[in-house]
Design a protein around this ligand. Structure first.
Ligand code: SAM
Length: 225
């Protein structure tokens, strides 16, 4: 298999350099995901430019703040972003996927098997898995507001160290809402990665937010961005 020229061009346009084997595995993932997309509604990002500029971009940003050996749960994995690309980019961590819609979870399991990735897939609400499993990081993109996620996770903080939320510029309003609802009282929220979205709005910034219990000393500290 060789690298599809449109994929190589999209990576170059976004100034992303990856080694060949990783590039080929990401290509296999996107191709497989788009094949399933014909049967199930999994993504609207169906060009190499959108895959690189939206999906892979977010995965690369979140990858910066995950440390070696972490056990990460992608809650609401849907089409596999960010969990599957992250597992490809970071073989030094353990990634699990939770997807509550059974059909999508089945497709995720098929994709993971096809790609030969050591990634468990749970057809379950992610927060309910925390009754039985422990993860260092619960990661989430495009699943719910900060308030919603804080509510879901509230009973389970003993089984995760932190949440990493991949958000667009609306995160500031979401933080306001969560504070207003009294959900942030015992939690710390810090933006630990900020990056340009490259969308039409020139000023738009993506954010990786870290949320964790205020009285908890995390093993690795990431400064406010
Ligand atoms: C909009 S999709 C986002 C998919 C992917 N994370 C992305 O960024 O493109 C949200 C997915 O989360 C799933 N979902 C919603 N609540 C969930 C929960 N509590 N646990 C697991 N999956 C959930 C939905 O079924 C859906 O597939």
């Amino acid at each position: 298999m060789s690298i599809i020229p449109e994929f190589a061009a999209a990576l170059a346009d976004h100034n992303i350099e990856l080694d060949e084997e990783v590039t080929l595995r990401l290509q296999a993932y996107a191709t497989e995901m788009w094949r399933w997309n014909e049967q199930l509604n999994l993504t609207r990002h169906t060009t190499w430019d959108l895959f690189v500029g939206r999906d892979l971009r977010d995965c690369l940003q979140v990858s910066k703040v995950i440390v070696e050996g972490e056990e990460v749960l992608d809650l609401g994995s849907g089409n596999g972003v960010p969990g599957i690309p992250l597992a490809i980019l970071r073989p030094d961590i353990e990634v699990s996927l939770a997807e509550s819609v059974a059909k999508r979870a089945n497709v995720l399991a098929e994709m993971v098997a096809e790609l030969e990735l050591p990634v468990p897939v749970y057809a379950s609400r992610g927060e309910e898995l925390l009754d039985d499993f422990r993860f260092s990081t619960l990661m989430c993109r495009a699943v719910g507001s900060i308030a919603k996620l804080c509510r879901w996770v509230e009973p389970y903080w003993s089984n995760i160290d932190r949440m990493l939320l991949i958000k667009g510029p609306k995160w500031i309003e979401e933080r306001k809402e969560a504070r207003h609802l009294g959900l942030m009282g015992t939690l710390e929220l810090r933006r630990i990665v900020a990056y340009p979205l490259g969308d039409d709005a020139e000023q738009a910034e993506g954010a990786i937010l870290q949320v964790w219990p205020r009285n908890r000393q995390l093993q690795h500290s990431f400064p406010e961005q």
